[in-house]
Structure formats: C-alpha cells, structure tokens
Write a protein that binds this ligand. Structure first.
Ligand code: HEC
Length: 132
C-alpha cells in the first residue's frame, strides 16, 4: 500500500511539468479550441455567408490562417478590410470575431461571436481547413 502511494506521488510530481507543457502553458501559443465543436458552430453561424471553398456573401475561408486579410481573389472586400495590414492568426481572428467593427472600423461583416470558447473552437476548425 505504501509503495503504491509513493509511486502515485512520484508520478504526479513527474506528470505536472508534462501537463503544463500540453495544456495550460501552451494555451497562448497553440489554440485551445476543439475543431469538432468549431465545425458545428461554423455550420450554424458562418455558412449563411461563408464556405471553405467558395466566395459567397463573405469570402472563402480555405487557407485562412497565415493569410493576409482581404486577399481572396474575386471577392469584393470593403476598402477598410483591404487596407488593413492584418494577417489572420489565432489572435487577430479572436479579435475580429469578438467585434469586427471595433477591430477594423468600416468593414462589412455584421456579426459577432461573444463567447470566447466558441471563438477558440471556430479558430481551431479553421486551422484544420488551412492545413489541407
Ligand atoms: C451575414 C453574413 C456573414 C456571416 C454570418 C459571417 N460573415 Fe464573415 N464576412 C462577411 C463579410 C461580408 C465579410 C467581408 C468583410 C469586409 O470586406 O469588410 C466577411 C469576412 C470575414 C473574414 C475575413 C476574411 C478575409 O479573407 O480576410 C473572416 C475571417 C470571417 N469573415 C470569419 C467569419 C466567421 C468565422 C463567421 C462565423 C462565426 C462569419 N465570418 C460569419 C459576412 C459574414
């Protein structure tokens, strides 16, 4: 019994730095969202205007992460978004989705995603659509 307890204590101590590595401590560098949940939220809240492959009311989203804002060919962006010097990343997408007009005044996407967890999920999903 004592041996088991000691063993558990030891592995807990050893495991902590690892947990830190894979969870909380990397949250700022790697998006912590759930791509499966994000896909569902995207279907509910974004596909009225966007798709991964095609331009619609909004521009196509394939390859979004790492791309300069306002650069999908044949899409008529607002001059505000085109003139912005933003590159889409976890941080810029989070700001954009929480309040596009505050982030880039004069833009023309009039929806917000107020829930931070939902934003992270959507970004995680869009990331999976970037690697393809
Ligand atoms: C009611 C229509 C509508 C909905 C719903 C909508 N968008 Fe948009 N989105 C737009 C429009 C219009 C633009 C172009 C904005 C501009 O040119 O200023 C845009 C632009 C964007 C851009 C910039 C893309 C680029 O190529 O620079 C991103 C990112 C984006 N939307 C993400 C989302 C996400 C994620 C959702 C779902 C949470 C969403 N949008 C829902 C209409 C919409």
């Amino acid at each position: 019994m004592t041996t088991t307890t000691n063993f558990l204590r030891l592995s807990a101590t050893r495991a902590l730095p690892l947990l830190c590595l894979f969870a909380a401590c990397s949250a700022s560098a790697i998006t912590s969202g759930d791509p499966a949940k994000g896909k569902a939220v995207y279907a509910q809240r974004c596909t009225a205007c966007h798709s991964i492959e095609y331009n619609g009311t909004g521009p196509a989203h394939g390859g979004l992460l790492g791309r300069k804002a306002g650069t999908v060919p044949n899409y008529a962006y607002s001059s505000a978004l085109k003139a912005s010097s933003i590159t889409w990343s976890d941080e810029t997408l989070d700001k954009w989705l929480s309040d596009p007009e505050k982030f880039i005044p004069g833009q023309k996407m009039w929806i917000t995603v107020p829930d931070p967890a939902e934003r992270q999920d959507i970004i995680a999903y869009l990331r999976t659509q970037t690697r393809k």
